[in-house]
Design a binder for this molecule. Sequence first.
Ligand SMILES: Cc1cc2nc3c(=O)[nH]c(=O)nc-3n(C[C@H](O)[C@H](O)[C@H](O)COP(=O)(O)O)c2cc1C
Length: 196
Amino acid sequence: MLPAITDRRSIRKYRDTPVKRQMVEEILRAGMLAPSSKNRQPWRFIVAEGRAKAQSLAAMERGLEREKKQPLLPQSAQHLEAARHTLRIMEQAPVVIFVVNPLGIGMNRSLTVEERVYELCNAQSIGAALENMSLTAFDLGLGSLWICDTYFAQEELMGWLGAEGELAAAMAVGYAAESPQARPRKKLEDAVEWRI
Ligand SMILES: Cc1cc2nc3c(=O)[nH]c(=O)nc-3n(C[C@H](O)[C@H](O)[C@H](O)COP(=O)(O)O)c2cc1C
């Protein structure tokens, strides 16, 4: 198996060493080489560093504060504290890449069955891009963290990003300051069923 697949870990502690732009571009190129449903390539990447990153995280902070009083995700309130921890990680990482789905229909209305299929296919395509990105970061000697806690602050972050569509995820990138153990995985026999 590819070492990037077996040895990659989610990194939640970063050194403050800057990451060269060419390396970030290599990660983005790998993301853009991912397969996508009907080759729609439903992604736009906004790379935030320095002052821009601080502004984006201030928007996320506002979202997490608002979420306490007027939750968009009331049934996920127990994960709000973990989202705050994710925000601290994003503050530490030198680079945060926001991944926007420009074709995202949004959360303000229910979807037709066809729209749901379209959304599922686009979400899988974006997932493929993020996976390529995290494996490439590993290959370049960098750590990364795939982040969806941004959903708590979807409106505030989209306001800051000023982009069309929907924020799908973010990825923190930087030089790792930790070497986490592998997190447990299901056993093959618990996840796979062979039918002959
Ligand atoms: C779609 C997705 C969203 C995630 N969101 C977060 C997040 O918001 N915060 C966080 O700390 N980790 C997040 N993670 C990382 C997972 O917790 C991690 O991948 C999992 O625990 C397995 O650990 P490993 O990546 O080290 O193998 C996310 C991972 C995925 C794939």
